[in-house]
Write a protein that binds this ligand. Sequence first.
Ligand code: 4AD
Ligand code: MG
Length: 454
Amino acid sequence: MNRTLVKHALASDAEQDSILVEGWVRTRRDSKAFSFLEVNDGTSLASIQVIADAGIPGYEDIGKMTTGSSVSVEGRLVSSPGKQKWEIQATAIKLVGTSPESYPLQKKGHSPEFLRTIAHLRPRTNLFGAIFRTRSRIARAVHRFFMERDFIWVHTPIITASDCEGAGEMFHVTTLDPLAENKSYEKDFFGKPASLTVSGQLEGETFACALSNIYTFGPTFRAENSNTTRHAAEFWMIEPEVAFCDIYGDMDLAEAFIRHIADTMLADESGDFDFFCKFVDKGLRARLEEVSNKPFVRCSYTEAIDIMLASGEKFEYPPYWGMDLQSEHERFLTERHFKCPVIVYNYPKEIKPFYMRLNDDGKTVTAMDVLVPGIGEIIGGSQREERLDVLEGNIARLGMDAEAYYWYNDLRRYGTVPHAGFGVGFERLIMFVTGVQNIRDVLPYPRTPRNCEF
Ligand code: 4AD
Ligand code: MG
């Protein structure tokens, strides 16, 4: 007999004479003549109630069907007098795997901090089941957004020899023993330094300058030593890149993207979104509805500094023109001043990477960051420098190895075009649509400084 997933059993539109459901026992209650079991298989928040009469095949093991054990249930799907529409009247029940008292999820209501220490078991809780189902659904919505707009998904390399952001926050990839003497890149696997990518952008640009509209969606790595609730050493990034596009087209795309994701979440009927609204963040629905309905504010970096200077607000890092915006500044702008998503653009060139297009003022570059309430920066992007001489000037000014970027410069040498793109932090996006406050709770196995467990 084929297994029916609990989510399909619960959504059935008729009674069924013969059904097989398999999953893990959440709770069990016994009376003299029968037992109630709540069985969950992770396909939905809801468990299905099973009624097992004493004497059915397998009932002799009922005492071992404890919280966390796995069971296989055959029976009839019948309408339920309880709050759910359907329950299963078992005709046979089988103990698949026992779960002794040491099972850490005996009781409900563990803190996210404790659950992080059992990251291998936490997907069995309501909260983490909902988070990781949502992560999968939002990934599908990301692909749908771009594919519907004729973007090509490009799989840019994970091992690379370039540092896109120029921040030097790279994990080195080597086959050499770090403790051995006489190391030289000559002897290393690639014969030169290599690292895990911090961004697929540069390689993505080469494909945009051939296929017009592309995006990447994959893991990226940053050895940033910042232990915050919004930074991870391994995270996923979505990076669209569009040829024949300027900074304004870039902002339009970013805004449409965030709105599409908010709308996807608002349309969720699985119960997971309702769960987040009820138990994680009471303001979540209203916030996503605003994102869905209201245009984002666009504000230049210079205006943003002026707004903060005029605000009378006490900041830990007092604002001045030329500084990189800190998280407190981003959150002030989006949460307290504008109270909606804000796109800040045209940043000082000194604080931004080599590839961003220089504006006519000679002082600012066409960078744009999307800031959202509750998170701060969720997207960073820019129009790219398409003029070979200006780009070569940047590479020289920053003391970068010009030869290593010959291929990047070739895009400007042969048929250069204005082009633009951005990077979305996928985990920050998941935090944004679930209300979850810590990036460690939206990654299956978070990697952060001094933490690489599992
Ligand atoms: O602003 P970033 O550094 O931009 C880039 O990497 C560009 N190359 C993107 C592009 O134009 N194609 O990173 C983009 C986004 C950030 O806005 C943030 O959401 C996320 O990636 N991000 C991180 N997320 C989690 N942990 C970290 N350590 C992150 N660093 C950046
Ligand atoms: Mg950024």
